[in-house]
Design a protein around this ligand. Structure first.
Ligand SMILES: [Fe+2]
Length: 256
């Protein structure tokens, strides 16, 4: 199974929730941990280092992509000319691939230094990602990891959907894409994309809440997603009573 985390925002992490996440990681039989961006609150080197040190100690394979919080906000020359400097010095390339027993995970960097929160994709990036999807072993779920969702719950959130999202979803569905893992809005939800984007096959848009941060929205507590080899998606919430992450609900398939 996969543990899908997002929007950890190191720098605003809560120590009691970190301990609970550590325990969850050690308890579940994880193939990998996938973190869909906003690793840090302000893209500071110490925040990236704290993030790296935490996951490096888990002894589980993990894959990350940047979110809009992972490039400098106020340092404009760094933002324009070396936006991923700290990120790359710690994690290497922003787009990596990870293969596990049941999943073929492809990271996609959807962050644009020119936009505050809106995602962007380019035609060469979409094509390279399609080829990376196609290179996955047969029988494995093909999954993309990127920050901003392709489908949203609220009308004002549409502005943050990446440029070229529909074109990318159509190309990637043709390459066998099964699901995308996103975050950004701090609300756990799974939405099907086939009808929405007129795709050649079903693709799930799986979104995670904020795993550790105190930046909670819409009364949703800290939460993480667990994705099983049969693509069942479960939401685990942090409980203030037990101080643990506990199973909250099944996000997919939708309960009948
Ligand atoms: Fe974000």
């Amino acid at each position: 199974m996969l543990l899908h985390l997002s929007d950890l925002h190191f720098g605003t992490e809560q120590s009691v929730v970190i301990l609970a996440l550590e325990e969850l990681c050690l308890t579940l039989p994880l193939e990998a941990i996938a973190i869909s961006g906003d690793l840090t609150q302000r893209a500071r080197r110490l925040q990236f280092q704290a993030f790296f040190d935490f996951f490096n100690a888990m002894h589980v394979p993990w894959i990350v992509v940047p979110g809009n919080h992972d490039i400098p906000l106020y340092h404009l020359s760094k933002r324009m000319f070396n936006p991923f400097g700290h990120y790359e010095s710690i994690f290497g390339a922003t787009e990596r691939v990870l293969e596990t027993p049941h999943f073929h995970l492809v990271g996609v960097n959807s962050v644009s230094p020119k936009h505050h929160t809106r995602g962007r994709l380019t035609p060469p990036q979409i094509e390279q990602t399609a080829q990376r999807l196609e290179s996955g072993s047969k029988g494995k779920h093909r999954i993309i990891l990127s920050h901003q969702p392709f489908r949203v719950l609220r009308s004002y959130q549409v502005r943050d959907i990446p440029v070229l999202a529909k074109f990318a979803a159509q190309r990637w569905a043709d390459s066998g894409l099964d699901a995308m893992l996103h975050g950004h809005f701090h609300v756990p939800v799974v939405m099907p994309l086939q009808q929405y984007f007129d795709l050649s096959k079903e693709v799930l848009d799986i979104q995670a809440g904020t795993g550790l941060s105190d930046r909670l929205r819409y009364d949703v507590r800290n939460s993480v997603n667990v994705i099983h080899p049969n693509m069942r998606v479960e939401r685990y919430d942090f409980s203030m009573l037990s101080l643990k992450f506990e199973l909250h609900s099944q996000l997919w398939p939708l309960p009948a």
